[in-house]
Design a protein around this ligand. Structure first.
Ligand code: FES
Length: 88
């Protein structure tokens, strides 16, 4: 799918009708938009401290984890997989 530089991964998903949970509205206050970056991490903005802190409480956290509402596409392309959190 096509995306514009400067868009967050959440923006891209929503613009293309893909379901990416975003319980806090993209304010880095939940982890429902947790994704794993499979390729192209260097095409995204670097995570800021607030995102790193928030991700520390995410389930299935990996070194490639990002929050879709915080990762901004800077150039090129990225391959992303949504991490579904367990619901209780
Ligand atoms: S939507 Fe809540 S942290 Fe991204």
């Amino acid at each position: 799918m096509e995306a514009q530089t400067g868009d967050t991964l959440l923006d891209v998903a929503l613009e293309h009708g893909l379901e990416m949970p975003h319980e806090c509205g993209g304010n880095c206050a939940c982890t429902t938009c947790h994704v794993h970056i499979l390729e192209g991490a260097d095409c995204l903005s670097k995570p800021e401290e607030v995102e790193i802190d928030r991700l520390s409480s995410a389930e299935n956290r990996q070194p490639c984890s990002r929050l879709g509402c915080q990762a901004i596409l800077l150039r090129g392309a990225a391959t992303v997989r949504l991490v579904e959190e367990a619901t209780w």
